[in-house]
Design a protein around this ligand. Structure first.
Ligand code: ZN
Length: 419
């Protein structure tokens, strides 16, 4: 049986190893702590009865939980191979060294103070989901480091999944492949994942937030350049001749509506922003980023920029203004629509065990996005992490448990629907 105490103990054991990834590093994994943790996870998977654990010096672990369908079962040989992924590393925004996880059992609501950081308090403003976790065991760091729920909770779920299947033949499943990846936070993990070796039909990352969350959308991401060529001349005698590219570009940017800048947008609002500028009198350029959940919205943003160009051009007819925008990534909902089972079955799996599923959209790109456009349909499922990438990170033990039960239920749904 899945053992909830062991699940949480495993999670806390993993938080003790510093696995912060390093974007400056050229090696994989980018930091030695990740390899140290990978070795422990590989050993834990073996101890949980997984016989083919394969770990490379790059920290990637691939492992199989063979199907447990009896001969003659109507779904035998017909269930798509499911892949589950979680990552070893923690984010850069906060320290991951000497993490001192602590448990608050039977949380009764209200503020939570941090032993190592008296100024810090978790409350319903900065952690609104606490309201839904009354009676749960809340786990935080001491307030001086992140916790590492992102994504060591996911690692613990996959290890406990293996234990569960070792002792519980009633919970049927097809072939399951596990992939433990390094350097997810620095955008390397799923890029270096060997999809052929992974060999799965559908993938779920166990790397999400609140109970019931299924991430089914990302932004469409486009980026480009606004370039202005001016006409430098001796300023004292510049009348009628002089065109300053910096001034033209500044006028352009000033006309980009405020409501679309990141600080003013939320929910399903589109955003745009200028990321870098390089400007001299003769030539000025700015990199511009566009984000919208719908491609039509991206087209609208392009049209608005073209309108601004026209207006500024009228004021400076001799300046040469160019806009060049290209796609970086697309919303993966367009890929998931090709096989609605991926998300529908995850929802059904949660409903069957009393968890209310919630389709969520991510205001950025994510691993599912990358995997979907690499040809592997994928979505991200909750594991409970909250306030991630910060010293106020927390998880509820019951939500980690809910994640494990969701995975077990999901494997069953795929079996039943494949029969
Ligand atoms: Zn993560």
């Amino acid at each position: 049986m899945a053992d909830m105490k062991r699940l949480i103990d495993t999670f806390i054991k993993y938080t003790k190893i510093d696995t912060k990834s390093d974007p400056e590093s050229t090696s994989t994994p980018s930091t030695p702590g990740q390899l140290e943790l990978a070795k422990i996870v590989a050993a834990d998977l073996k101890a949980a009865g997984v016989s083919d654990v394969e770990m490379g010096e790059d920290g990637f672990i691939y492992a199989t939980i063979p199907d447990n369908l009896p001969d003659g079962h109507p779904a035998k040989g017909k269930v798509p191979t499911l892949g589950f992924l979680s990552h070893l590393d923690t984010a850069n925004e906060a320290s991951g060294a000497n993490v001192k996880a602590r448990k608050i059992e039977n949380y009764q609501g209200g503020e939570i103070a941090f032993p190592g950081n008296p100024e810090l308090k978790l409350n319903y403003d900065n952690a609104p989901n606490l309201k839904n976790c009354i009676g749960h065991t809340i786990i935080t760091s001491d307030g001086t480091t992140l916790l590492g729920g992102d994504d060591k909770a996911g690692l613990a779920v996959l290890v406990e999944l293996a234990h569960h299947y070792q002792n519980n033949e009633k919970d049927l499943h097809g072939t399951i492949r596990l992939a433990i990846i390094p350097d997810e936070e620095i955008g390397v993990g799923t890029e270096k994942l060997d999809l052929k070796k992974f060999g799965v039909d559908v993938a779920y990352t166990i790397d999400g937030g609140v109970m019931g969350e299924i991430d089914v959308e990302s932004f469409n991401g486009f980026m480009g350049k606004i370039t202005v060529e001016g006409y430098p001349a001796f300023p004292g005698y510049g009348k009628g001749i002089y065109i300053n590219a910096i001034q033209v570009l500044a006028k352009f940017i000033a006309q980009m509506e405020d409501k679309r800048w990141p600080q003013n947008a939320t929910d399903r609002d589109p955003i745009w922003w200028i990321h870098t500028m390089n400007a001299e009198v003769g030539r000025a350029e700015a990199s511009v980023y566009l984000r919208d959940f719908d491609l039509d919205g991206i087209e609208e943003q392009k049209k608005i920029l073209a309108g601004i160009k026209e207006k500024v051009q009228k004021e400076f007819p001799k300046a040469k203004i160019d806009i060049d925008i290209k796609e970086t990534y697309k919303n993966y909902k367009y890929e998931l629509e090709k096989d609605p089972r991926v998300v529908d079955y995850a929802e059904e799996a949660m409903e069957r065990i009393g968890i209310t599923p919630e389709r969520n959209f991510v205001r950025g790109g994510n691993d599912s996005c990358h995997l979907c456009f690499s040809g592997l349909l994928s979505t991200n499922l909750f594991v409970g992490m909250q306030n991630m990438h910060s010293v106020m990170e927390w998880v509820s033990a019951e939500t980690i448990e809910g994640s494990l039960n969701t995975v077990i239920s999901l494997a069953k749904v795929w079996v039943e629907k494949s029969a």
